[in-house]
Design a protein around this ligand. Structure first.
Ligand SMILES: Cc1cc2nc3c(=O)[nH]c(=O)nc-3n(C[C@H](O)[C@H](O)[C@H](O)COP(=O)(O)OP(=O)(O)OC[C@H]3O[C@@H](n4cnc5c(N)ncnc54)[C@H](O)[C@@H]3O)c2cc1C
Ligand code: SF4
Length: 510
């Protein structure tokens, strides 16, 4: 028999009616949601990030009440204050909460509940595809390296049976079709339209309240992000119907006038719990089997993101924290340039990308990795500063997912899984984007007036980190170029150019 005093406490990133203790609580049960505000005052978050968090919770409250749940919705400065209010009203209750993926969250919440005179049981988080226990067991037993993404991904495919044949082989014979997924679209290619939810009065009011209550960053109109489960389901349907077929080939391409390309645009919804990642995977796999217009490289490419990268990051974070948040193995000493906030730079790739982030709290993966993080790594920005910037500015950012992506994948801060830094000169950006054509800088020049900053910074990065990177066999070819630049004296000109770039930046004119 259900215990009426055992009450699900649903966090703002767990807004799924069927997951965890809430999913098993009969209608009519009491449910707790605490809308805590102080976190939003600690940094200048994107307006749309705060709007989707708070509107998502308020919409969920109303949906649960409509279904007949007895929702205690407490608004407070802190979780501690909210818990005190709750236990004054319901002193006999015991709370049960799905574990948040944030570092030491269970201990923190247990202490807060204890201080408020109550008790809390923390149970497994069902909003991931796999479990902590299964990963840890496998990681202990396997003779392979569990913190290599490809190893982990294949294990996840076998575990879930997704895109696997009855004989236990990967569908199509290969595990990974990445080689087919690096094209730039022809000029006449139009990306599929983006689904824009029709937001109601409650969301509009919440957006206005956020603008009044908090010091935010970024545009406060044209919210394209879901705040209800229904809207998130529509976004998924829209992706599967129209965007999925071309997700694969163009997933790494960047165009100035096309912020969405064929990406899923589902990160914010999944990280809020509006959708379970497996719901996305099942819809994608089903469409692949039912339709003949979806190539396998698109299907495998996006499934790898959901059951591979997203789950992998969760486990990396668990195992590498608390050190990961402050990791800086290359001893990068510089502050984040101001143009990450203002967008005021002559570098077209960065200007456009920051503009995308200001407009919607979003840019796609390659803009994050090969423009924003690449520049910061080459410039020598302290990884924790870039992490904080991503955390504040993106609609899908939460400490557990931003930290491994930014500090490790983006800036090679720790070495827990990246086997080399993801850095490039203008060459890569030019190959995968149309930014360079409109840029004030010359993409092919390394030194001299108006030479693309990425170029000199790239060679300078390799030169100044030689001690740590030269012995990396994946960097061998690059160091043969460094050698010839050092021998010919070209490296001295590159160093001068970098000094010049740092001076220009200090005047806000880069
Ligand atoms: C420097 C950097 C910072 C990032 N910060 C975040 C972040 O704060 N929050 C976040 O959710 N993702 C982050 N990512 C990962 C990835 O860029 C986003 O998940 C993705 O761009 C979200 O857009 P989408 O829904 O259109 O994704 P798609 O590219 O269409 O991918 C589909 C889904 O796969 C999942 N996914 C894909 N890659 C990753 C990944 N590396 N880590 C986790 N999930 C992944 C997401 O749920 C995403 O919705 C970051 C990547 C980099 C390189
Ligand atoms: S030339 Fe350099 S700075 Fe300009 S868009 Fe290309 S890569 Fe970016």
């Amino acid at each position: 028999m259900a215990n009426e005093h055992r009450v699900p406490w649903v966090l703002g990133t767990q807004l799924h009616p069927e997951a965890g203790p809430l999913g098993r609580a009969p209608e009519g049960s009491r449910v707790l949601l605490i809308e805590a505000h102080d976190f939003a005052r600690r940094m200048r978050y994107h307006h749309q990030k705060l709007t989707i968090v708070f509107a998502g919770m308020r919409q969920f409250r109303d949906e649960l009440r409509e279904r007949g749940y007895d929702v205690e919705y407490v608004q407070a400065d802190t979780f501690g204050d909210g818990l005190e209010t709750y236990f004054e009203r319901h002193p006999d209750d015991e709370l049960v909460q799905m574990r948040s993926p944030s570092h030491r969250s269970a201990e923190t919440f247990e202490t807060l509940v204890d201080d408020a005179g109550g008790s809390l049981e923390v149970v497994p988080n069902e909003l991931f595809v796999g479990t902590r226990e299964a990963f840890d067991r496998w990681a202990n037993e396997t003779d392979r390296e569990p913190f290599r993404h490809e190893t982990f991904y294949r294990w996840m495919r076998r575990q879930t049976g997704v895109l696997m044949t009855d004989d236990g082989d990967p569908v199509g014979g290969e595990w990974n079709y990445d080689d087919d997924n690096q094209e730039f679209p022809p000029d006449d290619w139009e990306s599929p339209p983006v689904y824009e939810p029709d937001h109601d009065e409650l969301t509009a009011e919440t957006s206005a309240w956020v603008a009044e209550e908090f010091d935010t960053w970024g545009a406060d109109d044209d919210l394209v992000w879901p705040v209800t489960r229904r809207q998130a389901e529509r976004k998924l349907e829209h992706f599967v119907d129209g965007r999925l077929p071309e997700f694969g080939p163009y997933q790494d391409a960047m165009r100035s006038d096309d912020w969405a390309m064929s990406h899923a645009l589902l990160g914010s919804s999944i990280n809020l719990g509006l959708l379970h990642p497996m719901e996305a995977v099942e819809a994608i796999e089903e469409a692949y089997h039912e339709r003949d217009d979806i190539p396998l490289n698109s299907v495998e490419g996006v499934i790898r993101q959901f059951i591979g990268w997203r789950e992998f990051m969760r486990h990396v974070y668990r195992h590498a924290m608390p050190g990961l948040a402050e990791a800086n193995q290359l001893s990068a000493p510089h502050d984040l340039p101001e143009f990450y906030w203002t967008g005021e730079t002559n570098m077209e790739c960065l200007r456009r990308t920051v503009e995308d982030v200001r407009e919607r709290g979003y840019s796609h993966h390659i803009q994050r990795l090969m423009v924003l993080a690449n520049f910061a790594t080459l410039w020598g920005v302290k990884p924790s500063q870039l992490n904080e910037w991503f955390h504040a500015t993106y609609v899908d950012s939460y400490h557990w997912v931003t930290t491994p992506n930014v500090i490790e994948m983006g800036q090679y801060g720790d070495g827990v899984f990246a086997s080399k830094p993801y850095v490039s000169s203008a060459n890569y950006i030019d190959k995968m984007s149309d930014y360079c054509g409109d840029c004030r800088y010359y993409k092919t020049k390394d030194t001299g007036d108006r030479a693309c900053p990425f170029n000199a910074l790239y060679w300078d990065f390799l030169d100044r980190n030689e001690e740590q990177l030269r012995s990396n066999h994946r960097m061998g070819l690059m160091y043969s170029h460094v050698d010839s630049k050092q021998e010919s004296g070209e490296m001295d000109e590159i160093k001068e150019r970098v000094e010049d770039l740092r001076r220009t930046q200090s005047h806000g004119e880069l």
